[in-house]
Each structure stands twice: as structure tokens, then as C-alpha cells.
Design a protein around this ligand. Structure first.
Ligand SMILES: Nc1nc2c(c(=O)[nH]1)N[C@H]1C(S)=C(S)[C@@H](COP(=O)(O)O)O[C@H]1N2
Ligand SMILES: [Mo]
Length: 511
């Protein structure tokens, strides 16, 4: 009996899984060769990202942080395995419905891939091929199912042969997937273009980081974030690969005159350095979706002046090659702040995952309404005429960065020795500025921390306070005051729809 149900369910389910693994492998290899962004995983994953309800992004980031993409791939993999198992059982019992299911899912992937903003002529092919190959492999494996389950035979040659076939099929699929990913990584001409690129020297260099801006305290976020440690948030499962020689920016919409800018034209303009702290609206109180870099770029203000926005325009909808859009108030891009088209980050060309070759950087606004990476289009329009990627998904139309502060030292949950210690962190409200930070231990008085020198009002600032730690458990809180004299609110707000508020609190044990 046990053997019978095993044969009737588990072996066909395994056949289904092996068939889907080899199908996906073929799809991944084809994608790697011909259309990197159209891999079956990426196509389905990207579609899920775009279709996900508003709370899903926030939950994914809250659970997995910047590993949200890996988590999504794992989830898709698990769902695919379950569906594959169902397909196997279906094919064994009601042929050809297992095969129909496989081809149908391939077709869904093909549609998802073909309808992406950056789809190419062949984007549909890898997923459809995956479905067809899975169907063929399924038929082949189901035919080899051991027919006569024999309770008395401990080693049935039929069964062994089936497992060899299923195992070989799955192994081939894994190899093809690995090969596909290797081909994709190897064929990235853009990496080569980036590596050989020498950016022009800045016309104006960033004001040097003031001597006292970096407190150099162990565990405290450095005042300038190295590129490798800079948080990454975007909807791109496969990092867009843009060859700078093919890049151009089109400024159009409600303008007197359309403007097109090529890569060579952009690099020939006088580029300025400026230091700006980026923050994600999904950053929770105490979170690390924030980073500060020295950017090299050209003022968007000057390009907009060339185009001449019409008097009734009030918004610029920036668009990236992968279809992401951000809606930025026109006045923020035309006032005197360092709103730039950036090409350099901390002395290097932009890393590909941070928008190579060109992105926007706008002091004072959360990234979702301003920091478009891989940007190729600025459409001058109106807030009452157009919406953007995240504002379509329940996030606020306006996204000014809120006043916040964070404790980096001591780390939550760590143990501190009795005696002389230090409490330190960072505080920010870009384009407003921070004038002070206060710290409270347990129910004690709020004490003023020492602010490090700020690079500018557009950057975060470090702070610290000496602490003579007494034995026991302690809760440490902090709150900032901005340049307008407003104190950071204790009211707890969720990240949706326009950014979290509340005081960061850290619990430590002193021994
Ligand atoms: N093309 C594109 N640009 C994008 C996004 C995106 O999903 N796609 N995400 C935005 C968001 S929400 C943030 S917070 C910043 C993050 O920039 P970083 O990854 O360089 O830190 O990029 C912005 N630019
Ligand atoms: Mo963000």
C-alpha cells in the first residue's frame, strides 16, 4: 500500500519537478545568450514585483532588507516546485494536462517578459522554450514511470532506471541554469565599458569633508559610505545593462523645445561634485536604507532651462530603461539645490546597480520620488496629469525626507562593560539640516550630544555622547532637532505612505 501511493504520487511528482528544472535551465541559458532580462525567473519575478499590492514591498523589505530580491527568487522557486509536482501527477493521471500546464506557464512567463519596458524582440522566447522543453521532458519521464509497483521487489530495475532518468534530467537543468547565469555575467559588455571609463575631472570639486565630520568611532556608520556598502533598493531583478555609447536623455512634454543629450555631450559639460545623503522611504526608524556619497554630475536645472518648461508645468516624471518612474516637483529641480544627473559616485563611475551610466540625485527627497537610476527620459508634466511607479501603489505624491536620528553605538543587544563608554549615531533631514541631537538613558534627562561638523545641510551628520555605563539593562533613545528648531517627533508612523517617524531606541546590557 505504501509503495503503491508512493508510485502513484511521489514518482510522477518527481518527474514533474525534474522536467520543470530542465525546462527552466534551457530558458535560463537562452536568456543568458540572447536576452538577459528575459530569463524565466526574472520575467515572472519582475511581473510579480510590479503586480504586488502596496504592502508587499514594505513587508518584503522589512523581512529581508536588501536581500528582498533573493527572497523573491527563492519563493518563486518553491512555488515552481509545487506546481511542477502537481503537473507531474496530472500528466500521469490525465495526460496531456500536465504538459498543457507546463506550456501554459511558459506562455505566462513569455507574456510577462514581452510586456516589460525593456523587452527586446526575443524576450518571449526563453520562457516559452522553458515551457515546451518541460512538457517534452515530462512526457519522456512519465513514460518511464515504473509501471508495476511490486511490493515484494526491494530493487525494481524499472524504478532504478526511472530515478536515473529523472536525476539526469534535473542535473542537466541545474547545469544549464548555472551556464546561463555564467554566460549572462560574462557577456556583460557594460561592465567592460564601465571599467575602462575615465570620468572627466570635476569643474568644481565638492567642498572637502570638514576635519571634524568623521568621528571615527568603531561601529558608527562612516560619514561617506563606500560604494560597496551603499544600500541598494530598486525593482530591477536583473540590473539594467546600458552601454554609455548608446545612452541618451530626452527632455520632453510641457516644454518649449525638446532637448536630447548624449553621453558624450553630457561628459563635455562642466560636471560638479556634491555630497548628498540618499534615503529610502522604506527606511524604518533605526534602519540602514540610507547612505552618503560624493556625486559627480550636471545640474538638472540647467538642462530644464534649455528645454523651457511651460508656465503650468509642476512636475518632472523621470523614467528609466526598465520602466520605473519617479515624479519630482518641478520647483525642486529648478531651485538652487544640487539636483543633478549623476555619472560618478565616490570617485568612480556609478556602479551598475546604482544606475550606471546616469541617475538622478536630488537632495531632500526620498529616493522613490527623485533618485531614478538608469534614467533616460525626463517628461515635464503636471501632478494632476501623471503618476509614478510608487505613487501608483499607494505611496505619497510628495516625499520630503523627515527628520530622523539613529543610534549606531552601542549596537542593540550587545553587552557593554561598566565604566567609560560612548553612545554615537547619525542624524539627518536633507536640505533642512540638523542643529542638535539629544540622548536619553532609561528615564533620565535628555542630554545634548556633541554634533560632528556637518558636510552640508544635504548630508547626514554624526553625533556622540560620552556615557559612564552602570551595570544592568538600559534603554537608550535619541532625538534630533532640525535647523528650523523643530524636534523630531516621538509619534510612531509606518513607512507607508511617506516615511517612518518615531525615536530610535536601543537596549543594552552593561556588565
Ligand atoms: N530605475 C530605478 N530607479 C530607482 C528605483 C527603482 O526601483 N528603479 N528605486 C528608487 C528608490 S525607492 C530608492 S530609495 C533609490 C535607491 O538608490 P540606491 O539603490 O542607489 O541606494 O533609488 C531610486 N531609483
Ligand atoms: Mo526607496
Amino acid at each position: 500500500m505504501a509503495r503503491t501511493s508512493f508510485s502513484r504520487l511521489v514518482t510522477p511528482a518527481l518527474a514533474g519537478v525534474a522536467a520543470v528544472v530542465v525546462g527552466v535551465g534551457v530558458g535560463e541559458l537562452l536568456a543568458g545568450l540572447f536576452a538577459p532580462a528575459s530569463s524565466p525567473f526574472a520575467a515572472v519575478g519582475s511581473a510579480l514585483i510590479d503586480l504586488a499590492p502596496p504592502f508587499a514591498k514594505e513587508t518584503a523589505i522589512a523581512l529581508f532588507g536588501t536581500d528582498d530580491k533573493t527572497a523573491l527568487i527563492v519563493l518563486i522557486g518553491l512555488v515552481a516546485i509545487v506546481l511542477a509536482a502537481v503537473g507531474g501527477v496530472l500528466e500521469a493521471r490525465r495526460p496531456p494536462w500536465g504538459r498543457v500546464l507546463a506550456v501554459a506557464f511558459g506562455a505566462v512567463g513569455a507574456v510577462a517578459a514581452a510586456t516589460r519596458a525593456d523587452a527586446s524582440l526575443l524576450s518571449w522566447a526563453p520562457s516559452l522554450a522553458a515551457g515546451v522543453v518541460a512538457a517534452i521532458a515530462l512526457r519522456m519521464l512519465i513514460r518511464r514511470l515504473p509501471t508495476q509497483p511490486r511490493d515484494d521487489a526491494p530493487s525494481d530495475p524499472d524504478r532504478r532506471r526511472f530515478f536515473v532518468w529523472a536525476g539526469a534530467t534535473a542535473a542537466a537543468g541545474v547545469l544549464l541554469t548555472v551556464a546561463g547565469n555564467a554566460v549572462r555575467a560574462g557577456s556583460q559588455v557594460v561592465t567592460a565599458a564601465r571599467d575602462s571609463l575615465r570620468l572627466p575631472s570635476p569643474a568644481t570639486t565638492a567642498p572637502p569633508v570638514p576635519a571634524g565630520a568623521e568621528l571615527g568611532i568603531d561601529g558608527l556608520a562612516p560619514v561617506v559610505t563606500p560604494n560597496a556598502d551603499f544600500y541598494r533598493i530598486d525593482t530591477a531583478l536583473i540590473v539594467p545593462q546600458i552601454d554609455p555609447s548608446t545612452w541618451s536623455l530626452r527632455i520632453h512634454g510641457m516644454v518649449d523645445q525638446e532637448v536630447t543629450l548624449t553621453w558624450d555631450e553630457l561628459l563635455a559639460l562642466p560636471l560638479d561634485e556634491s555630497t548628498t545623503t540618499l534615503t529610502c522611504v522604506s527606511n524604518e526608524v533605526g534602519g540602514n536604507l540610507i547612505g552618503n556619497a560624493v556625486w559627480l554630475g550636471f545640474p538638472i536645472r540647467e538642462l530644464l532651462a534649455q528645454a523651457g518648461p511651460t508656465a503650468d508645468a509642476d512636475m518632472v516624471l523621470s523614467r528609466s530603461t526598465d520602466g520605473f518612474t519617479a515624479s519630482t516637483p518641478l520647483e525642486v529641480l529648478t531651485d538652487d539645490r544640487n539636483a543633478i544627473l549623476a555619472v560618478g559616485m565616490n570617485g568612480e563611475p556609478l556602479p551598475t546597480e546604482h544606475g550606471f551610466p546616469v541617475r538622478m540625485v536630488v537632495p531632500g527627497l526620498y529616493g522613490y520620488v527623485s533618485a531614478t537610476k538608469w534614467v533616460t527620459e525626463l517628461e515635464v508634466t503636471r501632478f494632476d496629469q501623471a503618476t509614478s511607479y510608487w505613487t501608483d501603489r499607494g505611496w505619497s505624491e510628495r516625499g520630503p525626507i523627515k527628520l530622523e536620528s539613529r543610534i549606531d553605538v552601542p549596537r542593540p543587544g550587545t553587552s557593554v562593560s561598566v565604566g567609560d563608554s560612548v553612545i554615537a549615531g547619525v542624524a539627518w533631514q536633507q536640505h533642512v539640516g540638523v542643529s542638535g541631537v539629544e540622548v536619553q538613558v532609561d528615564d533620565g534627562d535628555w542630554e545634548a550630544a556633541t554634533l560632528a561638523s556637518a558636510i552640508s545641510d544635504d548630508t547626514w551628520v554624526q553625533w556622540s555622547l560620552p556615557w559612564s555605563a552602570t551595570s544592568g539593562s538600559h534603554t537608550i533613545r535619541c532625538r534630533a532637532t532640525n535647523a528650523d528648531g523643530e524636534t523630531q517627533t516621538s509619534a510612531v508612523a509606518n513607512v507607508i505612505p511617506d516615511g517612518a517617524t518615531g525615536w530610535d531606541a536601543v537596549e543594552v546590557t552593561v556588565r
